[in-house]
Write a protein that binds this ligand. Structure first.
Ligand code: FAD
Length: 359
């Protein structure tokens, strides 16, 4: 049985782990964080379902639907309840044609995908993560709190991973399902300049604030998916707001509303206390929806340098590194290299699993 090491336990790493296990290979997933899922993290609190990371994936994604089927939760897929989005110009909210909101937010997906909206799961995006984990065979290893610190070639062509704890692990193949900066650091000793070049990859940070209100306290019908803030009106880094409880089922208790405000923070702002972010979100949302008062509850999610910018220069650097790695048993997978969002990460992971398939 071939041994495959997977660095990163986000959706890409878990997809590769499932596919390789399904064909009888032995996988070890090394995840730096305390939980699997990476940028998929759902919390349940007081009847609310809060997405800290992605709220869903582009509707009609064949790759995610196939993965949900393999994970046994295809019947848990849920589509949007409303279709229209709005636009806030600093003064008024107006309706947008389908797809316009995604375009204005700069979503890097094809034009057909832009108008489709999103899908998620009844229990949120972490339901997919838990289902994938549950499908892995008993011999699969999932090591949490296990950042990989170094990678080196061993005699005989195998790869030796050294974890931050000092533990060593040997495998025939390695899947890098982490960030571009991690790949640059871990692969430079192996692939030289073509790996180091990935350190130039651009990323964006994001802060989202979920706010809970009694429905009666919201002076707007929330009869849309949310609103996008016009470029010139993006005060305090506020870019958009999702009406989470209008958009997808089961996101708030009856007679309550869940809103989610999206910010593009400057570096120093990421560290502001939760209370400051919640007040900022309350202020920004009220400018568009009318006086709301303080939220009953708020949740702040910080994502530092998490969103990759897949421009031409980055794609060229990834292609050069993959050419240098050809035949080595190391493959790249995930949104940092090929995909955009969950659909892109899953498709990239499926391609990585196929590339590792024994001839
Ligand atoms: C706020 C937010 C909202 C989003 N909304 C959407 C959305 O609505 N729709 C959509 O399609 N996409 C959305 N996305 C993007 C989507 O979530 C990601 O593209 C996707 O989840 C990336 O998956 P991944 O497995 O490629 O990477 P990640 O989820 O980033 O996983 C990489 C994993 O590698 C681990 N790791 C890093 N370094 C090491 C190391 N040295 N050793 C071991 N492990 C390591 C990390 O801890 C992480 O768990 C959103 C992202 C954010 C942050």
């Amino acid at each position: 049985m071939r041994q495959i090491a997977i660095i990163g336990g986000g959706i890409a790493g878990l997809t590769v782990a499932l596919r390789c296990s399904q064909r009888g290979e032995r996988v070890s997933v090394f995840e730096a964080g305390a939980e699997l899922g990476g940028q998929l993290r759902t919390e349940r609190a007081g009847g609310y379902l809060i997405e800290h990371g992605a709220e869903g994936f582009v509707a009609g994604s064949e790759a995610v639907a196939a993965l949900a089927m393999a994970a046994g939760i295809h019947d848990q897929l849920r589509g949007q309840l409303v279709r229209d989005s709005c636009h806030f110009d600093g003064q008024r909210l107006t309706r947008l044609p389908p797809g316009e909101a995604g375009k204005m937010l700069g979503f890097q997906v094809g034009s057909r995908a832009l108008g489709r909206g999103i899908e998620s799961f009844q229990a949120g995006m972490s339901q997919l993560v838990a289902a994938l984990r549950a499908q892995l065979p008993a011999h699969a290893e999932v090591a949490l709190g296990s950042p990989v610190a170094a990678l080196a070639r061993e005699a005989g062509g195998r790869w030796r991973l050294t974890l931050a704890s000092g533990r060593e692990h040997s495998s025939e193949a390695v899947v890098m399902a982490t960030s571009a900066s991690d790949v640059a650091r871990l692969l430079e000793p192996v692939a030289g300049e073509s790996a180091a070049a990935l350190a130039a990859a651009q990323t964006l940070s994001s802060v989202t604030v979920s706010l809970a209100y009694p429905q009666a306290a919201v002076p707007h019908p929330l009869d849309a998916t949310g609103f996008v803030v016009a470029d010139g009106a993006q005060l305090e880094g506020f870019r958009a707001c999702t009406f989470a409880s209008s958009k997808l089922p089961g996101r708030a208790p009856p007679s309550h509303a869940l809103l989610r405000a999206f910010f593009r923070p400057s570096g120093a702002e990421l560290g502001l206390p939760d209370a400051d972010w919640i007040q900022r979100a309350e202020r920004c949302v009220a400018r568009a929806l009318g006086p709301l008062g303080p939220a009953e509850r708020g949740w702040v999610s910080r994502w530092e340098r998490a969103l990759p910018v897949l421009d031409e220069a980055h794609r060229a650097r990834v292609a050069a590194l993959e050419a240098a790695l050809a035949g080595s048993g190391i493959v790249l997978a995930g949104a940092a290299f090929h995909g955009v969002g969950i659909d892109g990460a899953v498709r990239s992971a499926e391609a990585a699993a196929s590339a590792l398939s024994p001839a």
